[in-house]
Design a protein around this ligand. Structure first.
Ligand code: SF4
Length: 374
């Protein structure tokens, strides 16, 4: 009987250890990449596991019972995550989003939230601390997350119809429990709440208008519903262009029911194009990575659950920060290494995809979304 080998590092994604520059690079908060984009938004994946099997992210056929998720020992501890986050904040990060997999599956997450909530920007301001969840356990966790210092949440919800929702999450999870989670988050003040709906042509576009109506009426427009184009993330979701419903089509469908007016972005680098109902019924967003790329002011870095830094959602390789952390590197060394990595960043996958014929986006294996967070 052969020995079972449990990998301590996910070798599926190459991740060299960043070099520590000979000349130290201090944290000024003004770091920009090779395209002049600042580092403002850090997405931290705290687990690669999820209790859903959404076909556009973790299709069941690939992420089946034999799939090897990362062992606990390879995950960054909360102290390691907080140390890295503090160094990123020194370079200009003002917003931290906790993601996964499903972040609420990581035990004791509230204590990480409390540690991160204690961080301050170089000029003493608190961070914008948020979290993206599938809402499955939000009803139970909302109050504790709020008490720990979480400011707001984004909930993924791909349909209101129970049968459609169960087929989209592919584990038969009932929509009612996610709606209860949104109610609970609203009740404890984890807002402004955003709800993200991934639209897949031929699967759930019939849910667009019912979702819009529900969130207009149920929360007096205080919840922002965003529609996300189906993306070719990772290498497992069988993406096809003909299953993408362009955001322009989504907007047209909504306008058949309600007058909508454009709104300016709230912050530079915002992924959603904002629209408001002319009758004051609230706001919606369109996230159009496929048909309207927004790479020109992308200020997002992503940290995988085992400490690899990825510079783009569609990256094919990362940078191994955990080895620096566990190899005894000082804060100053890691700060310099981070600066050098970001300064060399020129990622703009969505722009390049748009400029190339379909399918010509290169064969290199892209990192999976469940591993680095959306
Ligand atoms: S494709 Fe990459 S560079 Fe472009 S917006 Fe998305 S994460 Fe940023």
């Amino acid at each position: 009987m052969g020995e079972t080998v449990i990998p301590l590092a996910d070798l599926r994604y190459a991740a060299p250890v960043p070099a520590i520059p000979a000349q130290p690079i201090a944290a000024t908060g003004l770091l920009t990449d090779a395209l002049g984009r600042p580092l403002r938004d850090l997405r931290i994946s705290v687990t690669d596991r999820c209790n859903f099997r959404c076909s556009y992210c973790m299709p069941k056929e690939v992420f089946d019972r034999d799939y090897r998720f990362l062992p606990q020992a390879s995950l960054l501890s909360f102290e390691e995550i907080t140390r890295l986050a503090r160094l990123f904040v020194g370079h200009g990060v003002q917003k931290i989003r906790l993601t996964g997999g499903e972040p609420l599956l990581r035990r004791g997450l509230e204590s990480l939230v409390a540690q991160l909530a204690g961080l301050r920007t170089p000029d003493g301001a608190p961070l914008d601390l948020t979290l993206t969840t599938n809402g499955s356990v939000l009803a139970k966790k909302a109050a504790a997350l709020k008490a720990a210092g979480l400011q707001r949440v984004t909930v993924s919800l791909d349909g209101l119809d129970d049968a459609v929702f169960r087929s989209m999450n592919d584990v038969g999870f009932p929509v009612a429990e996610v709606l209860d989670g949104i109610e609970a988050a609203h009740r404890v003040g984890l807002g402004p709440i955003k709800v993200n709906m991934v639209v897949k042509r031929g699967t759930n576009e019939q849910e667009i208008v019912p979702m819009a109506r529900y969130f207009r009426e149920r929360f007096d427009g205080r919840i922002v519903l965003r529609f996300i184009e189906f993306m070719d993330v990772g290498a497992s979701n069988g993406w096809r262009m003909d299953e993408v419903l362009p955001s322009a089509r989504v907007l047209a469908m909504l306008r058949e029911h309600w007058p909508l007016e454009p709104l300016d972005p709230t912050v530079a680098g915002e992924t959603a194009e904002r629209w408001r109902y002319a009758d004051g019924g609230g706001e919606i967003g369109l996230i159009s990575s496929v048909t309207q790329a927004f790479c020109r002011d992308c200020n997002r870095a992503r940290l995988s659950t085992e400490g690899k830094l990825f510079l783009c959602l569609f990256a094919t390789r990362g940078h191994d920060l955990r080895s620096l952390l566990r190899g005894g590197a000082s804060d100053a060394d890691i700060t310099s290494a981070l600066a050098a990595v970001w300064a060399g960043r020129d990622d703009r996958y969505s722009e390049l995809r748009a400029a190339q014929p379909p399918g010509a986006a290169g064969s290199a294996r892209r990192v999976e979304m469940h591993y680095i967070g959306g």
